[in-house]
Design a protein around this ligand. Structure first.
Ligand SMILES: *Cc1c(COP(=O)(O)O)cnc(C)c1O
Length: 372
């Protein structure tokens, strides 16, 4: 696995640094918190934008045995990197895909009678004895068997070996919400129907709901990548992602002049503006633009926080660097958009979104550097 990819450092508009050692440390910390439950890892969506190959390789080397992905293409990537691990595909069994699961010894997460019947029929006709998980819905109303299907399901499973996990998923684990305890109570009842089968309900935030949520296996995703699984409280995770972008040029802007598309930001003083080479095509969402009425996101320039000035363009962002001594601002210097105290959740807030979307939107044009 390459530890660096993308354009040469001198040619790169932005440099994305991903700390694999921090991902491993976060995984170990989450696993310790949930012990004796097994600590799995969710690496869907290209490892939450951090690179599924690199993340899987690092976690497998650290002893992670179970991975969750969204689809077969992702599952094959994990299988290619981590041959001896268990790989679950969360989005279930698409019609006709059972042979693809068997071929690479992958496990579907089955959430409906139609999927289960198809998996059954495939196993009976081929003798394939690979395992699968059952997904039961406890209140999210997205994927999984409905509660009133579970008794029949349990009765019919007598004849079906190879169900290795019964799982459900929280709808609001990151908040204090009455649905959390309702989902946990429902899941306890469901597990009583399948007493021999290991259970799993906790995502990252679910791990912080206490031992009652841990069961046999926990499935952290976003917290591995440094986002805060306990919003409103200090972030217990180590930061993973650092994003720096290059200054292309600087300019002086007179009072009353505007900056950028739509002329939405007006200089209220003689201003010094730095233009950096990253924009919304790199995943820096336009919603974090600055207008005269509304502050946008910030970047760190020579150790100082500087506000965005005007709209985020496709490939460029303007920063108000008036308060930074001009001697400290040079063409091609790097400024920090994520890192040095700006977390993925901070940027997310300015973009009106969540850390998950910041991570999964991380651009493909950066030079990527993996540290471990
Ligand atoms: C994405 C996902 C996870 C991981 O959730 P995080 O909040 O990122 O920790 C766990 N379980 C299921 C079913 C998921 O879809």
């Amino acid at each position: 696995m390459a530890t660096e990819s993308g354009p040469a450092e001198t040619e790169a508009g932005g440099i994305l640094t991903i700390d694999l050692a921090a991902i491993v440390a976060n995984w170990r910390a989450l696993r310790a918190r949930a012990a004796p439950a097994e600590g799995a890892a969710v690496v869907k969506a290209d490892g939450y934008g951090c690179g599924i190959d690199e993340v899987t390789g690092a976690l497998a080397a650290a002893g992670c045995c179970t991975f969750f992905v969204a689809n077969l293409a992702e599952a094959r990537r994990v299988r290619a990197i981590a041959a001896d691990t268990t790989v679950y595909v969360l989005n279930g069994l698409l019609p006709g895909t059972a042979p693809a699961y068997a071929k690479e010894s992958l496990r579907p997460v089955i959430g409906s009678r139609a999927e289960l019947d198809e998996w059954n029929a495939y196993q009976v006709s081929t003798g394939w004895a690979g395992a699968a998980a059952l997904h039961v819905d406890t209140g999210m109303n997205r994927l999984g068997f409905a509660l009133d299907e579970t008794a029949d399901l349990a009765a019919s499973l007598g004849a079906q070996p190879g169900i290795a996990l019964v799982m459900s998923h929280f709808a609001c684990a990151e908040e204090e919400h009455p649905l959390n305890s309702r989902q946990m109570a429902r899941f306890r009842k469901i597990r009583a129907l399948f007493p021999q089968i290991p259970g799993s309900i906790a995502n990252s935030s679910g791990i912080f709901l206490g031992a009652e949520a841990h069961h046999d296996l926990v499935r952290p995703g976003v917290a591995l990548y440094g986002a805060n699984p306990t919003p409103g409280r200090p972030n217990p995770m180590r930061p993973v992602v650092r994003l720096d972008a290059r200054i292309v040029q600087t300019r002086d802007v007179a009072t009353g002049e505007t900056v950028g598309y739509g002329a939405t930001w007006t200089a209220r003083r003689p201003s010094h503006i730095a233009i950096i080479s990253a924009g919304y095509a790199d995943g820096l969402m336009r919603a974090a633009s600055a207008t005269d009425a509304h502050a946008g996101a910030e970047a760190i320039v020579a150790g100082q926080r500087c506000p965005f000035a005007g709209r985020i363009s496709m490939d460029l962002i303007a920063l108000d660097v008036t308060d930074v001594p001009t001697s400290e601002i040079r063409r091609s210097d790097l400024v920090t958009l994520i890192g040095e105290g700006i977390g993925v959740d901070d940027l997310a807030k300015r973009e009106g979104t969540i850390g998950y979307e910041v991570l999964t939107s991380l651009g493909r044009r950066y030079r990527r550097i993996y540290t471990s």
